[in-house]
Design a protein around this ligand. Structure first.
Ligand code: ARG
Length: 459
């Protein structure tokens, strides 16, 4: 058992207590960030004359040696240490002797862990952002291909009005675009360096906190040392943003599952992203979409846990806060994994435009347009509504779509109908007429696609 605080204690810590307290099994994950932070810290200590240049060189060389050996697997991070900070420091002292004992000058594990977690999260936010950008690129490609793929748009999961696949996918584009902007906001707000806050009240050494902040690419030092070691807001914000990403992925998964069902057959999920049944040979299940939907709960759970952990903690650091790590790590892994897999599934999804268009026709999604046709020919809207109601009833009885009726059949219900009714209620016309920005009409859609393309080039 290797720990940093033996001096004041007389009895060896009970093994169970030790294990309960230890964090190495999970904080080993940010070993690289711990070393990076320590290098910046000693660089600053030497600049301030707190360490000699020689001591600095020795320590940095030692830390780089540890980095190399962990990387190439010759130095395993074992559980004989209490936490990653003890592991690095003990190994440093083993390697370079007394100079290693000066690494922790003017620092506490409280500001050290606050820094490590920030460095780790900051790196992960960039990865999450890259994955979100990836799904946006896949979506935009599909949107360009499907501006004339007609399908029913739904409200209450009932067919409502015709749209295009580009328009439907475009809705998800907006969601993931907002998710990216949330990531960017969090990064910006969290990007202040807690190092130099000490245990809670700063230190008596003449540290240059601006300098360490700069060395580690922060926008500056944090401005209150108590808040610095006790702040986990950025983790709560990240968990919240990831919960929203998962909620979006889950809704999208639900649609893919519905579209892939025997009844809809709007899409076919690639074999690589579906699984068979052990008993029913005919089945091909959308397991990946279901798992993404299912894993959403884990990320929500992490957000609730973190909020609950933080709610009763008096200033400043308390050990409860060690609970931040496992939750956040799991939520990040889950969200990143789901984004990558969902994008792969989307890229290989086969769409069935004919099924989609037929479905739109047979759901009377063009009924509003038939009524508009009558209105344009002088029929008052209330009468037009009634006439189209009768058309729909007639079609339901005969099990046909409005477009399948002959002109005689149309005229039997209202003599106002002429040959041009077919054009007026074609899916193409119904969609084309909707050209205000944000609507599915081709011109409007084209404009939006160009804007999104420009956005992806610059951000
Ligand atoms: N493992 C601890 C954590 O994750 C590191 C900080 C320990 N500080 C302390 N005062 N015991 O929070």
């Amino acid at each position: 058992m290797a720990q940093l605080w033996g001096g004041r204690f007389t009895k060896e810590t009970d093994r169970l207590v030790y294990q309960f307290n230890a964090s190495i099994s999970f904080d080993r994950r940010f070993w690289e960030q711990d070393i990076r932070g320590s290098i910046a810290h000693v660089t600053m200590l030497a600049k301030q004359g707190i360490l000699t240049d020689e001591e600095k060189e020795q320590i940095i060389e030692g830390l780089q040696g540890i980095r190399r050996d962990v990387e190439n697997g010759t130095l395993p991070i074992t559980e004989e240490y209490e936490d990653i900070h003890s592991f690095v420091e003990a190994n440093l002292i083993d390697r370079i002797g007394d100079a290693g004992k000066k690494l922790h000058t003017g620092r506490s594990r409280n500001d050290q862990v606050a820094l490590d977690m920030k460095l780790y999260t900051r790196d992960e936010i960039l990865e999450l952002d890259a994955l979100l950008k990836g799904i946006l690129q896949s979506l935009l490609k599909l949107m360009k291909e499907h501006t004339e793929t007609f399908m029913p748009g739904f409200t209450h999961l009932q067919k409502a009005q015709p749209i295009t696949l580009a328009h439907h996918l475009g809705a998800y584009f907006e969601m993931f675009k907002r998710d990216r902007s949330r990531m960017k906001d969090i990064y910006k707000r969290m990007n202040y360096c807690p190092l130099g806050s000490g245990a809670l009240a700063g230190t008596t050494y003449p540290l240059d906190r601006e300098y360490t902040a700069k060395l580690l690419d922060f926008d500056g030092p944090t401005l209150n040392s108590m808040d610095s070691v006790a702040d986990r807001d950025y983790l709560i914000e990240l968990l919240s943003a990831m919960s929203t990403v998962m909620m979006h992925l889950s809704r999208f998964s639900e649609e893919v599952i519905i579209w892939n069902s025997n009844e809809y057959q709007f899409v076919e999920i690639d074999d690589a992203y579906s699984t068979g049944s052990s008993i029913m040979p005919q089945k091909k299940n959308p397991d990946i979409a279901e798992l993404v939907r299912g894993k959403t709960g884990r990320v929500y759970g992490a957000l609730m846990s973190m909020l609950t952990t933080m709610k009763g903690i008096p200033l400043a650091y308390n050990k409860d806060m060690q609970e931040d790590k496992e939750l956040v790590f799991d939520a990040i892994d889950t969200t990143k994994g789901c984004l990558a897999l969902f994008t792969g599934m989307l890229d290989t999804l086969r769409f069935r435009p004919k099924r989609m268009e037929d479905s739109a026709k047979h759901g009377f999604t063009n009924a509003t347009d038939a009524a508009d046709y009558l209105v344009n020919h002088g029929v008052p809207f209330r009468d037009a509504h009634g006439i189209v109601g009768r058309l729909v009833l007639y079609c339901i009885e005969k099990n046909i779509a409005l477009d399948d009726m002959s002109l005689e059949e149309f005229r039997a219900i209202s003599p106002v109908f002429e040959e041009d009714i077919y054009d007026a209620i074609s899916m193409k016309t119904c969609v084309e007429m909707r050209n205000t920005i944000g609507a599915p009409g081709q011109k409007a859609m084209q404009k939006v696609i160009e804007m999104e393309e420009a956005y992806l080039l610059t951000e």
